[in-house]
Design a protein around this ligand. Structure first.
Ligand code: ATP
Length: 453
């Protein structure tokens, strides 16, 4: 029987987004006692964060797995000690061990091997490929086959919930599968910063450095959180160089193109571009269907094709949202013991569908695009052809085609009475521009996110 905490973790993983789960929940070490569960946080930073924002989620999860007699939850600080860094041949890397004074005195200190922090379910096998992530997935496989090769660092960027973390873990999992002794560590950039601050406080910075520089692969998620943290950037810069010089693999993710991460030193930005930088994009319709079908099989939800089509057509957000919707309809079907149909999905996802419907109107698209480019909606509807107005107009039309079910003539009408061929031209032009100009591509993706979220 899995420990109570391990069972609770499964619920927390569903409940929270990947970043929250990896950054704040996974680092907690649980000591289960008769009527209580002690959660040890490796730093005050993590302790405070969990305390302020995630205690309700933790309580809920514990209540689900122990509904009749839920243990009391105590959150306390446990010292992270960087240990065994130079052990000659660890079967698994040995970076972080938890030690608490209380736990020690009870000789109950949990013994942990290396915490690679990899989620075993994020693999290439469970990753659905489509136009939006094909390149990224192919490159990730290359990196997994040939770590420390020419794709180093490997940098994946793109909007939230589009599979960056998943891909990164897939590489890490493959590296360890191929070589169980590989020292692979995944962590969120905020966690790197927190660990560094902690190491400084405990005079363990040399061990900290040695540890990170002794890895075979270092995977750091969401590096935009390094922004304006000069000391962390400095440390990371040296770690990064040492790893690269030793042909060790570095994998990074960010929500935007590295050069556009504000508050990051130029030398870091430029180095991030030395290897391969690749984007993941929001999934297109076919991929959304494929993701729904694959996840349905994973979650044991019987999902008829037409129902998958319906959800994919109506929910155009990121993969995490699709997953959330699927879990909801799955639970609904189970609860009401009905086979899923489009009508049931309409009922189960009523609020989500209404929200999406309400927000994605042509007016909303025009307004969002106008705000984004700091022009007026009237400019978009006008006949003006200057580039600063014409380009946003084309982008707005292309988004309208992508996000709504309106026909080309309807879109043309709504954009100041234009002909449908003008809309078609805009759609083609924007497609071409997105392929050649990453600024336009970023703008487009950001706008879709703003409109659909
Ligand atoms: N192509 C895909 N195939 C299968 N699952 C996917 C895919 N893309 C994303 N997911 C799933 O969607 C969820 C969110 O993905 P992930 O955490 O990797 O996103 P992310 O891009 O790292 O977002 P964030 O920046 O918010 O961390 C995860 O459960 C992941 O497994």
């Amino acid at each position: 029987m899995a420990s109570l905490w391990n069972q609770a973790l499964k619920h927390l993983e569903n409940d929270l987004n990947g970043q929250q789960f990896h950054t704040w929940i996974l680092p907690l070490q649980a000591i289960e006692e008769e009527s209580s569960i002690r959660l040890l946080a490796p730093s005050t930073f993590i302790l405070d964060w969990v305390n302020k924002r995630l205690m309700d989620n933790i309580r809920n999860a514990i209540h689900i797995v122990a509904p009749t007699n839920p243990p009391e939850i105590q959150l306390e600080i446990g010292d992270y000690v960087l240990d065994n860094v130079e052990e000659p041949e660890p079967t698994v890397p040995q970076p972080l061990q938890t030690k608490t004074k209380k736990a020690e005195s009870k000789a109950e200190a949990p013994s942990h091997g290396i915490k690679s922090n990899l989620n075993p379910s994020f693999t290439f096998e469970t990753f659905v490929e489509g136009k939006a992530n094909q390149l990224a997935a192919a490159a990730a496989r290359q990196v997994a086959e040939n770590p420390g090769g020419s794709y180093n660092p490997f940098f994946i960027y793109g909007g939230v919930g589009l599979g960056k973390t998943h891909l990164m873990h897939a590489i890490g999992n493959k590296l360890i599968k191929d070589n169980p002794k590989a020292r692979v560590v995944y962590l969120h950039s905020e966690r790197f910063v927190a660990d560094m601050v902690n190491a400084l406080r405990h005079n363990k910075i040399d061990e900290f450095k040695r540890f990170y520089r002794s890895l075979d692969a270092l995977l750091i998620d969401d590096i935009q959180f390094f922004a304006n943290k000069e000391q962390s950037q400095e440390e990371f810069f040296h770690t990064f160089n040492t790893l690269l010089e030793g042909n060790k693999q570095v994998i990074l993710t960010s929500d935007r193109f590295p050069k556009e991460v504000d508050g990051l030193e130029d030398r870091l930005k430029s180095r991030f571009g030395w290897g391969l930088t690749i984007a993941v994009e929001p999934p297109e319709f076919e991929m959304r269907v494929a993701i729904l079908l694959k996840k349905a099989a994973e979650f044991n939800v019987v999902l008829p094709d037409e129902v998958a089509f319906f959800i994919a057509k109506r929910l155009r957000g990121n993969v995490r949202d699709l997953e959330g919707a699927l879990k909801r309809v799955g639970a609904y079907a189970q609860f009401t013991q009905q086979t899923l149909t489009v009508d049931i999905v309409k009922e189960a996802l009523k609020d989500l569908l209404a929200l999406q419907q309400k927000m994605v109107t042509l007016e909303n698209i025009q307004k969002t695009v106008a705000d984004y480019y700091k022009i007026r909606v009237a400019d978009i509807l006008s006949k003006r052809r200057s580039r600063n107005v014409a380009r946003p107009r084309q982008i707005a039309m292309a988004i309208a085609k992508e996000l709504t079910n309106h026909s080309l003539p309807e879109i043309g009408d709504a954009f100041g009475g234009r002909d449908h061929t003008t809309v078609l031209h805009a759609v083609r032009k924007v497609k071409e521009l997105r392929e050649t100009d990453h600024h336009i591509d970023e703008d487009f993706n950001s706008l879709v996110r703003i409109i659909t979220n």
